[in-house]
Design a protein around this ligand. Structure first.
Ligand code: IVH
Length: 695
């Protein structure tokens, strides 16, 4: 017997160190992904870390920690939500990254099922939707509970969010379903909705979501269902828990469809490894054209009998496998690092690359996100870098590759704006570093002009993007005021617009006409158009409704600057429901800068800014009324109905009392109707209510 038996070998010591590092990285990235919805690495890179850690755990079982992050399924449970204990755990899937992995899975499956090497397989192949899994409980055909996966055993109650998802039936179609059942599937945000959401967030100066999955995660964990309702989440069903379970996955999918659920496109039956591989290649090729993100495909034994025979391991069924798509990577040289300045003054480092082709797409620039990221990855000019494109996510630098060249010095983040020279600053709790130049910074001024004329702001036809660039270069439009003095100046100019190359009498006239049309603007649009940090469309509306006229608002802002935080004007601003100190300070900072205050004055002089007052009275016919909704509403969630009623001035409550003015009754109402009758309260069906508000 060797005396050295229990001493760790150098290999084991190496493995111990590596595993420790991997655990740390996995925990860090879990938090970025699940906790903050802001991942730094692609799913494929994350999967590789987990895979490497699991391989080491297999080789050196003595090193495996009981609470290792490799044991966890999904995220920790969030305390803000009511907890839901899953009747049957929501498991994960074993991942495959190569044909070899798939072949091993099939060989193992054949063994477990007692099938010879040539026996025909009965399998289903489905797209692996890149969203978040959810479980939906139905009792007597009615949706009663929606929950997230959480840690697999305990999830979060997100019924309020689930009810805002239009393609989830609140009532199952037909009548052929058991009393109690659970549907499992994936919640996701379609690619187009994701692009729109990010465009809006950019316009509002909010941080962008990295990909549709993170946007969906952020939306699902919203407590405010009115925000969720504005982001069109969707759901694809893929599984069923029911006492009368169908005999195959094919039948499960057919049932789900018949009950009113949407299924992913391109689901196929497969009979051999070759079929599975063809399916994988086909889906990989189709992937970019699908309206939603998929991150691989899932192979499942079709027959429930086979599934039962194969059973489960700790965290995944043995009868299913996720075959993940690989992130496409390439190496190149980082030629330079430039700083771009956005509308709200954020300085973003952008890497110029020796162009390279990754999966058919030429990549020559890559966002380096922020100074912290540059430092953390220690990226320097001249480095050989590994670039990755995963799905539709914008290309990113995975890391620096070792080389024998002498490295340049670390990149030093500028302390002054590279465009206007103003000092830069970093707000508390923000990674972003901003230029403090405001409109006096050319980069910001140009980006703000683009925002000023954008769709939800002044929406000036014929002005935006290229034409803004053009007028900027010609020094014809440098400030929003210039837009409205343009025609006058043009009439006196020796080279009027109609004589410019590419312009003529008609096109110049059209542009001036569309500008004239927008001289009349509602107060909230005007406020939004100013592009003040943190003031998006919704906030702009709330502020405009509070002050009603632009003059009152402007006077209040002047007072806020002179009186400071303690003054009544600042306190009055804070009294608006959705306004907190961040927004209030943002307004104050804006007005503290003389060019901004002057801009508002000048714009007020050339525009006809419509007060909110009139709109308000007209649209608030239910002021002083108390309304209550009961039963299931058609085509709208309870939250939407509530919002609509509140916008019309009503107060919405949950209990019937002598103060209730109207009870709106949906399907399957409860005892509230009876009570309302005894109290002589006006009762309306949902249709009557809709007619009522239309009139
Ligand atoms: S079946 C027992 N089918 O992938 C687990 N999962 O990485 C059964 N997913 O947690 C899961 N598309 O959230 C299944 N067609 C599909 C899927 C799918 C996406 C997700 C699901 C699961 C995760 C595992």
């Amino acid at each position: 017997m060797s005396l050295f038996k229990d001493f760790p070998t150098s290999k084991e010591m190496e493995a111990r160190q590596r595993l420790k590092k991997l655990y740390e990285e996995i925990v860090y990235h879990n938090e970025r992904y699940h906790g903050l919805d802001a991942p730094e690495i692609s799913d494929a890179t994350y999967d590789k870390l987990v895979q490497e850690a699991r391989d080491l755990e297999r080789q050196f079982p003595q090193l495996k920690q009981n609470d290792a992050p490799t044991q966890k399924v999904g995220s920790e449970v969030d305390n803000r939500f009511e907890k839901v204990s899953h009747t049957i755990p929501m498991l994960s899937l074993e991942n495959a990254f190569s044909e070899g992995d798939v072949e091993n899975f099939i060989t193992r499956s054949r063994k477990l099922l007692g099938l010879g090497p040539d026996a025909v397989l009965d399998m289903m192949a489905e797209p692996k939707i890149d969203g978040l899994s959810a479980s939906l409980r139905y009792e007597k055909g009615v949706l009663t509970l929606g929950s997230t996966r959480g840690d697999g055993q305990t999830g979060e109650n997100i019924t309020h969010t689930i009810r805002t998802i239009h393609n989830i039936p609140t009532h199952l179609k037909g009548s052929n379903y058991p009393d109690v059942l659970e549907v499992r599937g994936e919640v996701f945000l379609p690619k187009e909705a994701f692009a729109q959401l990010n465009a809006m967030r950019e316009a509002e100066g909010l941080p962008l979501f990295a990909n549709p999955r993170n946007a969906a995660a952020g939306t699902m964990r919203q407590l405010d269902a009115s925000i969720t309702a504005k982001r069109p989440l969707r759901f694809f069903a893929y599984g069923l828990l029911s006492p009368t379970h169908p005999q195959s996955q094919r039948e499960v999918l057919d049932c789900l469809k018949a009950w009113g659920f949407s299924l992913a496109d391109n689901i196929q039956r497969c009979h051999s490894v070759l079929d599975l591989m063809d399916y994988y290649r086909d889906m990989n090729e189709k992937r970019a054209r699908l309206p939603y993100d998929i991150d691989g495909v899932v192979y499942k034994m079709n027959r429930v009998q086979d599934q039962e025979k194969m059973g489960f391991v700790a965290r995944a069924p043995r009868w299913a496998l996720a075959h993940k798509f690989l992130a496409e990577q390439g190496q190149t040289i980082l030629k330079s690092i430039q700083i771009q300045v956005g509308r709200t003054g954020v300085l973003t480092p952008v890497g110029e690359l020796e162009p390279l082709n990754i999966g058919g797409v030429m990549v020559s620039r890559v966002s380096l996100h922020n100074g912290d990221e540059l430092k953390r990855k220690d990226i320097r000019v001249g480095d050989r870098v590994l670039i990755q494109r995963a799905g539709d996510v914008i290309p990113q630098v995975v890391g620096v590759l070792p080389g024998d060249h002498k490295r340049s010095d670390p990149f030093i983040f500028p302390t002054r704006c590279p465009v206007c020279g103003s000092p830069v600053m970093r707000e508390e709790n923000e990674v972003a570093i901003r230029c403090t130049g405001g409109f006096s910074c050319d980069a910001q001024a140009k980006e703000r002009l683009n925002h000023f004329v954008s769709r939800h702001a002044f929406d000036i036809e014929g002005l935006g993007g290229k034409s803004i660039d053009f007028f900027w270069e010609k020094a014809l439009i440098h400030s929003p005021v210039d837009i409205f003095t343009f025609q006058n100046r043009d009439q006196q100019s020796l080279t009027p617009l109609k004589n410019f190359p590419g312009w003529g009498e008609k096109s110049a006239e059209n542009l001036f006409q569309s500008i004239e049309k927008k001289r009349h603007i509602s107060f909230d649009r005007f406020l939004y158009a100013l592009g003040i940090h943190h003031i998006g469309q919704v906030t702009a509306k709330a502020i405009a409704q509070h002050y009603q006229t632009v003059e009152t608002w402007q006077n209040a802002m002047v007072l806020i600057v002179s009186e400071g935080e303690e003054g009544p004007a600042y306190q009055d601003l804070l009294s608006i429901d959705s306004i907190g100190p961040t927004i209030a300070d943002s307004l104050r900072t804006f007005f503290q800068k003389p060019p901004n205050a002057l801009l508002v004055k000048e714009l007020m002089a050339v525009l006809d800014i419509k007060p909110m007052e009139k709109m308000d009275r007209h649209h608030r016919p239910f002021t002083g009324k108390t309304i209550l909704f009961t039963g299931t509403l058609q085509n709208m969630t309870r939250e939407e109905a509530k919002q609509q009623a509140e916008t019309l001035g009503a107060k919405v409550t949950n209990t019937v009392s002598s103060h209730t003015s109207i009870l709106v009754v949906g399907e399957n109402p409860g005892s509230k109707v009876e009570k309302a009758r005894t109290l002589n309260i006006q009762i309306l069906s949902q249709d009557e209510w809709m007619d009522f508000i239309k009139n």
